[in-house]
Design a protein around this ligand. Structure first.
Ligand SMILES: C[S@@+](CC[C@H](N)C(=O)[O-])C[C@H]1O[C@@H](n2cnc3c(N)ncnc32)[C@H](O)[C@@H]1O
Length: 269
């Protein structure tokens, strides 16, 4: 019976290695129950009786679709609109007014989860630049999250951080069968392009950015991976550009050469 399968230490260590190889994610042994719980439904789906069988199914012929499902299940995607509001104050008060309006403002939300972060930033950019040239590139490793993000359709109870003004300017309130939901309006959505990017591998061509948000993802990486990830990203930041990380994260010992402006807010000289 797959429903009652437990995961042995050996099995857990195989999944630990796999998620590290695939996504750079470090899972300590305290995460054993979490891995077991999150993957249990896949065992059930495939009618498998043990985690060893599921591991074989994933890895035997590099089962790409199932590997993606496992990555989707093993990543933690918690996010919300205007999370860590000081960052958004900083963008509105310091970053946007300092931008020379002649060239496009480009931002990268590099672990965007279900889209709340890039849409929050996009609301500020639309306030400031209006129809002028600006864009947000938003990426994540999770295809399931990217699909949610592209839809821009959220439950109303997840939208507390959005001001009344922003709600009326950039969001449509669901009615009838859509009651209790909110849709980010098409015009704002069209400014945000979503794509899959695995930060633990070589990066695709994305161009250069005025702003990079790498928030609340480094906590899942070990020090070596953090260094590799940030070093790969920094060449994509323009001189004078800003680099924001989560409030509980730090670049101490990760990278030199960025100027610390405030906790979690860095600038490239
Ligand atoms: C906790 S969420 C952070 C969302 C948002 N940045 C925020 O601060 O609210 C972490 C996200 O990082 C993504 N992630 C984890 N490993 C990744 C990797 N190697 N490459 C790209 N994204 C990754 C996860 O899929 C998840 O959506």
């Amino acid at each position: 019976m797959s429903g009652v399968a437990t995961i042995s230490d050996l099995e857990f260590s195989q999944f630990q290695k796999l998620i590290h190889q695939l996504a750079g994610i470090h899972m300590s042994s305290e995460k054993k129950a979490l891995v077991c719980g999150r993957l249990a439904k896949r065992l059930e789906q495939h009618g498998l009786g043990s985690y060893t069988e599921y591991f074989k199914l994933l890895t035997a012929e590099r089962n790409a679709p199932e590997l993606q499902v496992a990555v989707d299940l093993l990543t933690t995607n918690e996010t919300y609109f205007f999370r860590e509001p000081k960052h958004f104050d900083f963008l509105r008060e310091r970053v946007l007014p300092a931008h020379k309006s002649s060239r496009p403002f480009r931002a990268w939300s590099a672990a965007c989860s279900s889209g709340e972060e890039p849409y929050s930033a996009a609301m500020l950019f639309a306030d400031h630049f209006g129809d002028g040239p600006w864009e947000v590139v938003a990426s994540d490793i999770s295809m399931r999250m990217l699909e949610k993000a592209r839809n821009g359709h959220y439950s109303m109870d997840r939208t507390d951080g959005i001001s009344r003004e922003h709600l009326s300017r950039y969001c449509l309130k669901g009615t009838g069968p859509q009651e209790g939901t909110l849709l980010v309006d098409r015009k704002l959505r069209s400014r945000v392009s979503f794509m899959q990017v695995n930060l633990s591998k070589d990066l695709p061509e994305l161009g250069e950015f005025d702003l990079i948000l790498l928030r609340n993802v480094m906590i899942y990486f070990d020090m070596t991976t953090k260094r590799q990830v940030v070093r790969r990203m920094l060449p994509l930041l323009k001189p004078g550009g800003h680099f924001l990380i989560g409030h509980s994260e730090s670049l101490n010992g990760v990278v030199d050469g960025l100027r610390l402006l405030a906790p979690s807010i860095y600038q490239k000289p």
